[in-house]
Design a protein around this ligand. Sequence first.
Ligand code: SAM
Length: 274
Amino acid sequence: MRKITRLLKNVWIVTFIRRLYFASKYFNKKYFQILKWGFTSKEDTNFTYHLTQDNIQYLAHTISVVTKINYFEILEYIKEVQIDESLRDTILTAIENSNEKKFVDKDVRFGRRLGWYAFARAIKPKVIIETGVDKGLGAILLCAALLKNKEEGFEGRYYGTEINPKAGYLLTGKYKEVGKILYGDSIKSLSEFTDKIDLFINDSDHSSSYEYQEYMTIKSLLTDNTIILGDNSHCTNKLANFSQEINRKFIFFQEIPSNHWYPGAGIGISYTEI
Ligand SMILES: C[S@@+](CC[C@H](N)C(=O)[O-])C[C@H]1O[C@@H](n2cnc3c(N)ncnc32)[C@H](O)[C@@H]1O
């Protein structure tokens, strides 16, 4: 038998097929996930999914390294939002009341935004800016973090920049009390902003030049404590470059969606080591 196997190994076409089969095993599951998603999901953009457990663990460690806050405390923040029934109900009600419900799944899946939440809980920001609001999933999540911070005595405000006047319908109820959407072009809104920014999330126009322009626009509003999160860092190195230019650290967290065809985006993290 061993002799036959050795002989077959020398036949080019057999080895070729075996090698292709081996490589394709990494992707074949994806086609089943695509088919399942085609039948079960209504989403056609800004896909949502849960993260794998291991990925959540890595996320908590990453945030712990950046913030120098204990890993278990960060993990608690993540768990806190995963079981937040009030937040979940508000989102599901807003979906039900929206005109877009035909294109939105009636489920709440935060993906890498869990990391945005944990940062917002960990650093207790006075000012959060998120550029690009879309439905408002990040917006309501970040406002939920600000409300929890407020219960602990740390007040903060959320500002979302968004060019689409119909965007942001998920930001409702008590969450809206700590958040505001600045409608119009992001660069314009950012250039009119004067407060120092504690947490900045880039997620608007995903062209690399626009992303970089956003960072340049807010440069004078950064402090040593500001954390910048880039939602484009799986596609461009603009946040890494910007960080190098102004002597900041940069790391990238790769998200791993659970049971979904999407390969995952990530979180670029720019910070100053004090
Ligand atoms: C990927 S989505 C944002 C997703 C959102 N952060 C979330 O957590 O789900 C990008 C959004 O940026 C908005 N956008 C695109 N170009 C923009 C610009 N120049 N100024 C402001 N918003 C812009 C789009 O309308 C879209 O809603």
